[in-house]
Design a protein. Structure first.
Ligand SMILES: Cc1cc2nc3c(=O)[nH]c(=O)nc-3n(C[C@H](O)[C@H](O)[C@H](O)COP(=O)(O)OP(=O)(O)OC[C@H]3O[C@@H](n4cnc5c(N)ncnc54)[C@H](O)[C@@H]3O)c2cc1C
Length: 316
């Protein structure tokens, strides 16, 4: 007999890689806002050297996990998670680049949670990013897809972006990228490690007011575990400018539909929520059901890891 209790999962301890990155097999569910996802080898990297080593084998980049549905089997690739200095922020203003109302900060790590950054900027009375309030991303993930709302987006406040690929490190400005709506133009698996923010001097009160105004639009959103909106608003011949995906799902009578422990939110039909203990298979089944019942081609808003076609539910 060993000291370990019978039936307890035996997990290999964290190891340090050649360059000192912490490497650990972990359930990815703990890194996602949906709370779903099997195991993978997670590389916690805090230096360029560690990142370069992590990139020597096939990898994926994990940010705040707020736009992901990860399979119950996990993923076979290494999962890179920014930590240490890549999860720190320096909001000191660079005097060489700051003039008048326009200011540029020091480096903000790609692994910094966006909500905490916004709170810090508000207290300093620094404006430009408050339109992204309520997005539970990390800075790197939010930059990678130019996350935003109708009140503003990440590219409203970027001066320099550091991008790392297996070929090396480069620093670019937004003008160097072909960015647009919810798209930074940065290819997949190019890692946004740090950014310098380009902000505008305002007052804490004015920034707070704009944040509160932008946040009102979230009033109907469920407060449960979710990866955000499930589908993009589709364009149809009838609605060439797009029609609300939530309304279509609601009209199909699907609000409150459950598969296992996943449910189409009764509050907002375009949100699938985890009631506790949901699996990726439950969520896939609901996504499939929505597509089938709505009868309009609808594109997924979030990513499936690994990428896969949605199959019919095994149980309903
Ligand atoms: C409640 C809720 C509300 C939301 N509201 C909004 C909204 O209003 N507007 C909006 O745009 N989105 C919204 N989202 C979706 C989500 O927050 C955004 O898509 C966000 O950009 C995802 O960032 P993340 O750090 O969580 O990335 P993840 O979900 O971890 O990853 C998403 C993609 O980004 C890549 N990625 C992550 N980090 C990096 C990095 N450092 N460098 C390069 N690539 C990276 C990943 O590889 C993956 O391809 C919402 C989500 C939730 C759960």
């Amino acid at each position: 007999m060993t000291g370990a209790s019978a039936g307890a999962p035996v997990r290999p301890p964290a190891a340090l890689s050649r360059t000192g990155a912490r490497v650990e097999r972990q359930p990815l569910a703990r890194f996602t806002t949906l709370g779903v996802g099997g195991e993978a080898e997670v590389w916690f990297v805090g230096t360029h050297e560690q990142l370069a080593e992590a990139m020597e084998q096939p990898y994926r980049v994990l940010g705040g996990g707020s736009n992901l549905v990860i399979a119950d089997e996990g993923v076979p690739e290494r999962v890179i998670r920014l930590s240490g200095p890549f999860a720190e922020r320096d909001l000191e203003l660079d005097p060489a680049l700051s003039a008048g109302d326009g200011v540029v900060t020091g480096w903000v790590g790609g692994g910094v949670p966006l909500p905490g950054l916004l709170r810090a900027l508000q207290k300093l009375g620094l404006s430009n990013l408050e339109g992204t309030v309520g997005i539970p991303a990390q800075v790197g993930g939010a930059v990678w897809m130019n996350a935003g709302t109708r009140y503003g987006e990440m590219f409203d406040g970027l001066h320099t972006i550091e991008i790392v690929t297996p070929a090396g490190v480069r620093q670019v400005t937004p003008d160097d990228l072909n960015w647009g709506y919810r798209n930074s133009g940065i290819p997949r698996n190019h890692v946004v490690t740090q950014v310098r923010l380009k902000l505008r001097r305002s007052t804490p009160e004015a920034v707070l007011e704009r944040m509160e105004h932008a946040d009102v639009a979230r009033k109907g959103q469920p407060k449960m575990k979710t990866p955000g909106c499930a589908f993009k608003n589709p364009r149809t011949p009838e609605f060439p400018d797009g029609v609300s995906a939530g309304r279509l799902i609601d009209q199909a009578g699907l609000k409150g539909t459950r598969v296992g422990n996943a449910m189409i939110s009764p509050d907002h039909a375009n949100f699938i929520v985890n009631l506790g203990g949901a699996t990726a298979a439950d969520v896939h089944a609901l996504l499939h059901l929505i597509r089938e019942r709505v009868g309009v081609a609808m594109e997924l808003e979030y990513e499936l890891w690994p990428e896969q076609a949605l199959s019919a539910p095994e149980r309903a």
